[in-house]
Design a protein around this ligand. Structure first.
Ligand code: BDP
Length: 330
């Protein structure tokens, strides 16, 4: 018995330093930050995140590792945003629309027919207006680490839409964001705010008559199979945003925080390039697969724009003030 105890104690002392070594090694291991992403692994936005992760790893000498959970592995956007807000998930890349349900200041960046083109949007995002809006996210427990390109959005439907009045009474899926619901109502259509992953079956079963998105998403989700009429009305340009959890970021050193934000910024030109290339590929692909594409004349586009006026009229003064500043950016 005594012998046994001695052997046990010797054994314990023998492994003690080893366990201490192991546990100290574990705490000195890389800091892992998970990023939720709704799109597939090969989608341009997901590839932008991989570039961001590569830069973070390289610049932190492997101390910070960004892991990308693509294809909704962590859940639909709204659910992951809530996890990030609570600090249960470190980061997520979402559409500004999805995030706007939590931070209404973001509405100023997604109003219909706001930007002249992508360059104009990037001047705004990279300038003081973008910086100020990122700062405002902190009050809601988010750290905005940066933006990505997502082109412009268009309607696609199960029966052909050629004019703005054809949309009247149609049930159209939008993102779960008050501004987007308002946009559909301004067109005299019925808004169906649904998670992204539910749109295919809702179109297929006829629960909705249409949806709206950019060319890449129309292709990647196979929505073109169940809503073959696409109208190039370009009603809104909604940037993507990567959100970090303030609870998590507050534990980082100032330097590491800056390193992450800079790495995201430096991944942007790569993501934009991939985006622009894939937008063309996606457009060509859906045309070849039989989608019927309706171009919009300048006169008809003006009607789309005019239809959005009641939506603008409903916006709070602060949002309209930012929209005005955005329009003034040359
Ligand atoms: C895509 C965005 C994605 C959104 C989706 C949607 O990249 O983040 O979830 O639209 O409509 O363009 O929900």
């Amino acid at each position: 018995m005594k012998k046994g105890l001695t052997a046990f104690l010797i054994g314990l002392f023998a492994i003690f330093p080893f366990t201490v070594f192991l546990s100290s090694k574990a705490s000195a291991g890389p800091m892992v930050m998970r990023v939720g992403e709704t799109h597939a692994q090969d989608y341009p936005t997901t590839k932008g995140l991989y570039e961001f992760a590569r830069l973070v790893k390289e610049r932190s000498n492997g101390r910070i590792v960004i892991e990308i959970y693509h294809s909704k592995q962590l859940g639909e956007e709204r659910a992951v945003i809530e996890q990030v807000q609570l600090g249960a998930v470190e980061m997520t890349r979402v559409s500004v629309s999805a995030a706007s349900a939590y931070v209404r200041d973001l509405d100023a960046l997604q109003l219909p027919y706001l930007y002249r083109n992508s360059d104009h949007m990037w001047k705004v995002l990279n300038g003081p207006i973008g910086a100020e809006i990122l700062k405002k996210l902190e009050a809601s427990n988010f750290i905005g680490t940066g933006w990505f390109e997502a082109g412009s959005r268009n309607f696609y439907t199960k029966r052909q839409v050629k004019t703005v009045s054809d949309l009247k009474g149609m049930k159209i899926r939008v993102q779960q964001a008050p501004l987007m619901v308002g946009m559909i109502e301004a067109l005299g259509a019925v808004a169906a705010p649904l998670p992204f992953g539910e749109v295919y079956s809702a179109l297929k079963t006829g629960v909705i008559d249409g949806a709206e998105n950019n060319w890449p998403s129309y292709l990647s989700t196979s929505h073109y199979e169940v809503a073959k009429y696409f109208i190039v009305d370009e009603h809104t340009r909604v940037p993507e945003i990567t959100l970090g959890s303030k609870k998590v970021f507050d534990k980082l050193s100032k330097e590491d925080r800056a390193l992450i934000i800079k790495a995201h910024q430096d991944a942007v030109p790569y993501q934009i390039k991939l985006w622009n290339d894939f937008e063309k590929v996606a457009e060509k692909a859906v045309r070849e697969k039989g989608s019927v594409i309706t171009e919009v004349s300048p006169a008809e586009k003006k009607k789309f724009m005019d239809a959005m006026k009641p939506l603008y009229d409903k916006q709070p003064a602060e949002i309209l003030a930012v929209a005005k500043k955005i329009r003034e950016v040359k």
